[in-house]
Design a protein. Sequence first.
Length: 93
Amino acid sequence: MLLITLYALGLTALFAAAVAISRTYCEGFGCMGIGVMWFGWCVVFVAWLVYGSIAYTRVKAVPGRRRLMNRLLAGQCIAGAALVAWWAYRRFG
């Protein structure tokens, strides 16, 4: 259960970081900093997705925990896809 709790806390931190980065204003050279922050966020997002996959393989024997991990992993993937869609809309729309 510790793996799941740690994963859920990490997802919460990722969500909070995404909200904070998206609310950051771009002033002059600061736009480059926002891009660097998003790049760092993407690296942590992928690393946390790998951690979630490893945690899933460790807890998949217990049905209730497996269902919870499925939902958490699906939520992370959906949130990532939504952010990519939002970026594409703002970039190309």
